[in-house]
Write a protein that binds this ligand. Structure first.
Ligand SMILES: *C/C=C(C)/C=C/C=C(C)/C=C/C1=C(C)CCCC1(C)C
Length: 238
């Protein structure tokens, strides 16, 4: 059999983009159901955090459903859906940092700084990917905003608050910090591949690296993994 038939859509065996869109849709759906179902046996103080994990994966599941369809019919990157998804889910991840540090005095102003930085990171990334100007320039601006978020989580206000909250919160912040430092760094790699035409590193595309596959792996790691860290914190610190 050459194809996996799926409604009207077929996935060729070596079509990793379609395959990861499909698996991504299922994984996000399953994760959302899991987080929502676990709400009823989550202690009250952690319920909002687990709820937000459910929302992040639910929003992603809906976008993956459309991205899969868009790619299957056009064979184009679903850049618009991708960035709408991120514009909704990345600020919600900033809300997670706020929620876990709130007990140690986390403020709305820190939350807004994080959200603002994430919006700058994503809007400039969209400009670069959509071809609205120089991709290297937009990518650089986006990376500066990204490093600001890394700074906040590892050395700035978020870090200080998490440390003063002690044990469980501090270790959760460190775990989430690794997602931001390593997990989120997957995305600029996808961006470089996606905007590689005419650049010195264009050859990386020839060895089979694909922007959408990289983004899909990044989303699975960061949305589901991040949610599971929050979930396990909610069990330990109950
Ligand atoms: C669930 C979605 C997540 C966690 C998305 C995160 C996206 C990024 C960290 C994107 C970062 C980018 C750069 C740092 C530079 C190039 C452009 C971007 C937008 C891909």
């Amino acid at each position: 059999m050459d194809h996996l038939s799926l409604m009207s859509v077929a996935i060729a065996k070596n079509d990793y983009v379609s395959f990861t869109f499909f698996v991504g849709t299922m994984a996000m759906m399953a994760a959302a159901v899991f987080f929502f179902m676990e709400l009823s046996n989550t202690s009250k103080e952690w319920r909002t955090s687990v709820l937000v994990s459910g929302l992040i994966t639910f929003i992603a599941a809906v976008h993956y459903y459309y991205m899969r369809e868009y790619y299957a019919t056009t064979k184009d990157s679903p850049t618009f859906f991708r960035y709408v998804d991120w514009l909704l889910t990345v600020p919600l991840m900033c809300v997670e940092f706020y929620l876990i540090t709130k007990k140690a005095g986390g403020t709305i102003s820190i939350l807004w700084k994080m959200i603002l930085a994430s919006v700058v990171m994503l809007v400039t990334g969209y400009m670069g990917e959509a071809g609205l100007g120089n991709a290297t320039v937009w990518g650089t601006v986006s990376a500066i905003a990204y490093f600001y978020i890394v700074y906040e989580v590892w050395l700035g206000d978020v870090k200080k608050l998490a440390t003063s909250a002690g044990s469980a919160v501090a270790s959760a912040n460190t775990a989430l910090g690794w997602f931001v430092l390593v997990g989120w760094a997957i995305y600029p790699l996808g961006y470089l591949i996606g905007t590689a035409d005419g650049q010195w590193y264009a050859g990386f595309k020839d060895i089979g690296l694909d922007m959408n596959v990289i983004y899909n792996i990044g989303d699975a790691v960061n949305k589901i993994g991040f949610g599971l860290v929050i979930y396990s914190l909610s069990r330990k610190a109950a």
